[in-house]
Design a protein. Structure first.
Lengths: 514, 328
């Protein structure tokens, strides 16, 4: 009988230990109350230095600590002056910016035009190794005119310049501090934003505190904690439990359930990215426009939206989503018409269909989508094999044009179609820059350049509308859908400025309703 | 024994170099380019810009030169800098290893406590109700995926009944212990509570293995003549079980626990992701996905080193368990 007794002794010790641990006060009583906002990031940040990274989580943090010259309202596409108070065009290549007066960095030194010149030049300097340097490659020079005036000169006329200056990688840093600290700047960052850096516990969280001297008025929250929670299901559980105020990534299947909960709100907004099949225009049979159209007719976009994306997407007819400048509202997606697709294939010389391979990233969302696409293509006789490849390897294959069809998910953070069109469809962008499938149409090239260089917004818009039509006629890609941005937050978290676009979210007005 | 330990420690060197070469080769021969991945899907993956960054990072050098540079750094105790973050690899590992060690040790504790207890009782009461229940439990423990188990524990014990925090690590346990000594006992409670669910998720499958192995080792030992002798001498059942049988049954168990610890250290990726635990498993997977060669090499080498040292400890433990074992 003795072992039984010792077994129960062991069990009771374990139970007592568990109870002891469970019984300990969870946390300091006042730690959670009031003005401490906790939000989640999906992966750890790459860097706190805005000129050294280009990932969403880092940008979310930079957005709290630094300011850019301009800001963008993701919902209205409106340009908001930030560190640049106003601007004027001097000529078609020169823009003069007037820098806001009275702005101080976190270390108390005032912001001057020299810091702006230094920051923009630092971003594009190859020695900085910024993966976001491309955002300002059109830059020829930045000149300080006086303490609060700076001129930006581009190599060629570049219409979307101010939109590019909303990109988080163009955040302004203090010249003196960066020069003094060197590599250490990334560990002791200083900006002009509403929150100051406190600490970064690698893999776990970033802690920020209120900057009472913020030029736009002292922020409401005293502290902001950005927790790194890689698993969307865990983020959802945290919000449900009330220990997280904002979840940036939640499983799409959980959305209906979270919507049912009284103390959780799910916010959605049409996103700025597109999911599509990218054809290799140099590979048979996709050099034939009839075959590409057949693929577009074969896709059942409504079914994809409903069953693959859980209703959280809209069918796509073009590369730019409705929130992006240049979106053509008159364009409809190719209807789902398998008979028409079969007929086009027969005309192109493939009455029995053909076999092909789709290169797919090993990202769950894309795999599920590709499986649906595969089944839909099979209905018109296209026997597509899925070649699911790890993202890094797939990217290299795509850069080299080693594919017949590759899946594509592309975002447009500047909300201006130039970002989409020049990289993806201009013949100067063949290969790594984005036109992986070697698409070429001289009229499209010409119109993209009109959009890029014209100062007349209406002329730009007309050019982009026409480009969207031409890409549709050419069936350059088979556009599938624009995924919806989804964010879950606690109902007690209130803020006039909380936006679904997490990258653009600034928490300076957030507070918790007790 | 001193000479034995010194000899074994010398063996560490070729193992680590071998591992480093393997990791280096596998990393560099896998398709995928760190600079391309840094750009990812962006409008300006300009080949010239990428080439200049590759040059800055020394990635344009021939492979053998890159490896020799890496070894040179290693000799000076320098593991290089992460391509992605630009931070020192040593610093990245220092930041993440303690969290993993904490989790792995707690999981090990759970697996040994549950596994050995259940195994001994199962063997002592063979074919009893407890034995069947424990067999079933072990089968469940090894079959259930960590992802599912973690989410279930989280849902029922953190969301539904908020006994434990959902995820995250409050602070290093050591630091919490220090704060407790200054009177802030709640700090330790908070740190420990964060550890419970991930440690159970990670420890349960290995508890199942330990239980099965302990049971079979105990059954074998209990059939030996010296156990019958011990009983015939009139020793109490408890003394027979623990003093005579268990100690002899422990040798295979200790071996497996040592190996398990290695797996727990390196294989906690899923548990770390589910519970947002800032450990090294997540870091190494990310480093590999992003082709952050210096970081991936650094982590794999450190884990290999720990694995070798744990194995050495296991071998030394044999001597403590069985006086007949001699080290030469």
């Amino acid at each position: 009988m003795r072992p039984r007794r010792s077994f129960w002794a062991a069990v009771s010790i374990l139970v007592v230990m568990a109870l002891l641990v469970a019984g300990c006060p969870a946390r300091q009583p006042e730690a959670r109350v009031g003005k401490h906002i906790i939000a989640a990031l999906s992966t750890d940040i790459v860097t706190l230095d805005p000129h050294r990274g280009n990932d969403g989580p880092s940008m979310t943090v930079w957005n709290q600590m630094y300011s850019t010259l301009f800001d963008l309202n993701a919902e209205t596409r409106e340009l908001i002056p930030k560190l640049a108070e106003r601007w004027e065009r001097v000529d078609d290549r020169t823009t003069r910016l007037f820098i806001r007066r009275g702005v101080k960095f976190h270390d108390g030194t005032p912001l001057t035009a020299r810091d702006v010149e230094f920051s923009l030049k630092r971003l594009v300097d190859p020695a900085t190794k910024s993966p976001a340097a491309f955002i300002l490659t059109m830059l020829e020079d930045v000149r300080t005119v006086d303490d609060h005036t700076v001129e930006i000169i581009t190599k060629e006329p570049f219409a979307p310049l101010l939109f590019h200056l909303t990109h988080r990688a163009t955040s302004i840093v203090p010249e003196a501090v960066v020069k003094a600290k060197g590599e250490d700047f990334a560990r002791q960052p200083v900006g002009t934003g509403p929150f100051k850096f406190v600490e970064h516990v690698k893999g776990d969280r970033v802690e920020l505190e209120r900057n009472p001297d913020y030029w736009g008025g002292a922020p409401v929250p005293e502290r902001v904690t950005l927790r790194i929670i890689p698993e969307p299901a865990t983020q959802a559980a945290e919000v449900e439990a009330g220990s997280l105020h904002i979840a940036s990534a939640i499983p799409l299947v959980d959305v209906p359930r979270l919507r049912e909960l009284a103390d959780v709100e799910v916010l959605t907004m049409v996103g700025w990215s597109v999911t599509a099949l990218l054809f290799n225009h140099r590979a048979e049979p996709f050099d034939d426009v009839r075959v590409r159209r057949a693929v577009s007719y074969a896709l059942d976009r409504d079914a994809i939206v409903r069953h693959v994306e859980h209703g959280l997407a809209i069918p796509a007819a073009q590369v730019s989503s409705p929130v992006v400048f240049g979106h053509n509202p008159n364009l409809q997606p190719y209807p789902h018409d398998p008979a028409k697709a079969r007929q086009l294939l027969a005309e192109a010389g493939y009455p029995q269909g053909f076999e092909t391979t789709i290169l797919v990233w090993n990202i769950e969302r894309f795999i599920r989508w590709a499986e649906a696409v595969q089944a839909q293509l099979a209905q018109v006789g296209i026997d597509a094999e899925l070649n699911v490849v790890e993202f890094g390897a797939a990217l290299e294959m795509a850069y080299r044009g080693e594919f017949e069809i590759v899946n594509m998910g592309w975002g447009c953070p500047t909300l201006d179609s130039d970002y989409n069109l020049f990289a993806l469809f201009h013949s100067a962008s063949w290969g790594p820059p984005g036109n992986w499938g070697f698409y070429q149409n001289p009229e499209v090239d010409r119109l993209i350049m009109v959009g890029r260089t014209s100062a007349d917004m209406q002329e730009r818009e007309r050019a982009y509308h026409r480009v969207m039509e031409l890409l549709h006629q050419d069936a350059a890609w088979a556009f599938s859908h624009h995924p919806t941005l989804v964010l879950a937050k606690r109902a007690e978290l209130r803020d006039s400025e909380i936006s679904v676009s997490f990258v653009y979210m600034n928490l300076r007005r957030a507070y918790i309703q007790e | 024994m001193g000479a034995y330990v010194a000899g074994r420690l010398l063996h560490v060197l070729p193992v680590v170099i071998g591992v480093s070469l393997l990791v280096f080769l596998i990393g560099h021969l896998t398709p995928g380019d760190p600079v391309a991945l840094m750009f990812g899907l962006e409008a300006g993956a300009d080949p010239e810009l990428m080439a200049s960054i590759r040059r800055e990072l020394g990635l344009d050098q021939p492979l053998h030169i890159q490896y020799l540079r890496f070894l040179g750094g290693l000799a000076r105790g320098d593991l290089g800098r992460s391509i992605r973050t630009g931070d020192k690899v040593v610093r990245e590992i220092q930041a993440r290893l303690p969290a993993t060690a904490e989790l792995a040790l707690s999981a090990l504790l759970i697996s040994v406590a549950i596994g050995v207890t259940a195994g001994v009782i199962s063997a002592a009461y063979r074919n009893s109700g407890f034995d069947y229940a424990s067999t079933f439990g072990a089968l469940f423990g090894v079959s259930v995926p960590a992802f599912w188990l973690g989410l279930m524990l989280m849902y029922f014990l953190a969301v539904r009944v908020p006994l434990f925090p959902v995820s995250g690590r409050a602070m290093p346990l050591v630091q919490a212990l220090g704060l407790s000594l200054t009177g802030e006992f709640w700090q330790f409670g908070m740190a420990a509570r964060h550890l419970v669910l991930p440690a159970i998720t990670l420890g349960l499958p290995s508890a199942a293995l330990v239980a099965r192995l302990t049971r079979s080792a105990m059954l074998e030992v209990l059939g030996q003549d010296y156990v019958r002798t011990a009983r015939a001498k009139g020793l109490g059942e408890r003394t027979v079980l623990y003093r005579h049988a268990l100690r002899n049954a422990m040798i295979p168990v200790v071996t497996m626990v040592g190996l398990q610890f290695g797996f727990l250290l390196g294989g906690a990726v899923i548990t770390e992701s589910v519970f947002a635990w800032p450990g090294i498993g997540r870091l190494v997977v990310q480093a590999i996905q992003q082709r952050d060669f210096p970081l991936a090499q650094g982590i794999v080498m450190i884990v290999a080193l720990i694995f070798v040292l744990v194995n050495l400890l296991v071998d030394l433990a044999y001597g403590a368990l069985d006086p007949r074992v001699r080290y030469r």
